[in-house]
Design a protein around this ligand. Structure first.
Ligand code: SF4
Length: 400
């Protein structure tokens, strides 16, 4: 049952999204990306509010392409329909059911109104699954509390095995070739599945298997094949990272009054009329934690990278380097430390920078000042030319 606090938060998030704007559902892929960067309040708030970050980035003049191409989407859709035809018979066989078990399996109707209704229906189906038989829940809906806000998640399927355990099934359209698949795509599927495992475990702790069934096309055919993927590590990392998120109501409460990410779309419902500068100022009121990894996981990456570079934050160069530099948080502070103009010489980072500066100057036959300042020149990278730190993986086929 919704509390007054829940309703207030829902109203606040709706105001941030903009009146009349349909919220974008928070999916497992977005939650996995959020778990990978738990320090980013900007993403946490915009995702919780259901803001279309892609449309915001486009309005800000910094679009980044994510998600599946239309072709990949229809190919994935057709493959999933093939796997689930005849009351999911093929899928049950891939799970290990024999022909008699397939014939006796339950495939309950999970239709209900709204995400809350579908979540309740899923819980009921899990509770009522007959003992000693297979039940296959096709597109169930699960709820997961994230930073004080509820996310509704829809795995491809959840199987209830005759021994009463629950298994997450993930259906992807990338192929398994000669028994192996693209490691990056399998990794992304594992992180996504880990979110479903967490959501399922919240229904009844201890009943969900931590190995998930990944179903993909076999070689270059459309025939389904399956592989078990152990997601214990991903489950534990995601659980830990999600608990580190700042509560959404706290982030929202820290905003200046009147902030909204509303695009104020015109009569066609698609064309934003909100001035870009105003929208940019609104986005920048929420603290971000940019890292080069954002380039493959977040629609706002180019905007946040520009801001991080303009401010000279060393995070823009990578989390590893940020960790090495300790108290030196900006490029200008790093350069000043390397030149001896600032910084504690007993600080290992400062002494390492000075030694590196001296070695570099010696190698180039110049004074440190003449060469090091050249490092500060920044390139105006764009979506078309994302620069050398652009992480792979932001393909048109988002790994599905
Ligand atoms: S791109 Fe920006 S909003 Fe997105 S996760 Fe990175 S810092 Fe956060």
């Amino acid at each position: 049952m919704s509390t007054t606090h829940d309703l207030q938060l829902r109203d606040r998030l709706a105001a941030l999204r903009g009146p009349g704007t349909v919220p974008r559902p928070l999916d497992a892929r977005a939650l996995a990306a959020l778990a990978a960067n738990p320090g980013c309040r900007r993403r946490a708030l915009l995702d919780a509010a259901g803001v279309d970050k892609g449309a915001v980035a486009e309005r800000l003049g910094a679009p980044a392409q994510f998600g599946q191409s239309r072709f990949a989407f229809s190919r994935g859709h057709a493959f999933e329909a093939r796997v689930k035809r005849e009351r999911c018979a093929e899928l049950l066989r891939l799970l290990g059911a024999d022909e008699a078990a397939v014939a006796g399996a339950e495939v309950p109707d999970l239709a209900a109104a709204g995400p809350q209704g579908r979540t309740a229906r899923t819980r009921l189906a899990l509770a009522e699954a007959p003992a000693g038989r297979w039940s296959l829940l096709d597109h169930p809906m699960l709820a997961l509390e994230v930073a004080g806000s509820t996310a509704y998640l829809e795995p491809d399927a959840v199987a209830v095995t005759p021994d009463g355990t629950w298994t997450v099934v993930e259906i992807k359209s990338f192929p398994i070739l000669d028994g192996g698949a693209d490691a990056m795509k399998v990794g992304a599927a594992a992180r996504q599945s880990a979110v479903y495992v967490l959501a399922l475990d919240a229904v009844t702790p201890g009943r969900t298997r931590t190995d998930v069934l990944l179903v993909c096309p076999k070689d270059f055919s459309n025939l389904p094949t399956a592989s078990w993927v152990d997601v214990r590590r991903q489950v534990s990392v995601t659980r830990r990272q999600l608990t580190r998120l700042t509560r959404i109501d706290e982030i929202a409460a820290a905003l200046p009054p009147g902030v909204t990410f509303d695009l104020a779309c015109g009569p066609d419902g698609r064309t934003p009329t909100r001035p870009a500068a105003e929208l940019s100022a609104a986005v920048d009121t929420v603290p971000a934690a940019y890292a080069p990894e954002c380039l493959s996981t977040c629609e706002l990456a180019f905007h946040c990278r520009d801001r991080a570079r303009t401010a000279g934050f060393v995070e823009a160069l990578g989390r590893g380097l940020r960790g090495e530099l300790g108290d030196l948080t900006t490029v200008s502070a790093v350069l000043a430390a390397a030149h001896g103009a600032a910084g504690d010489p007993t600080d290992p980072a400062v002494s390492a920078l000075r030694r590196a500066a001296a070695l570099r100057a010696q190698a180039l036959g110049t004074k440190p000042d003449e060469t090091l300042f050249g490092l500060a020149g920044d390139q105006p990278y764009t979506a078309a030319d994302p620069g050398p730190d652009a992480a792979p993986g932001a393909s048109a086929d988002g790994g599905s």
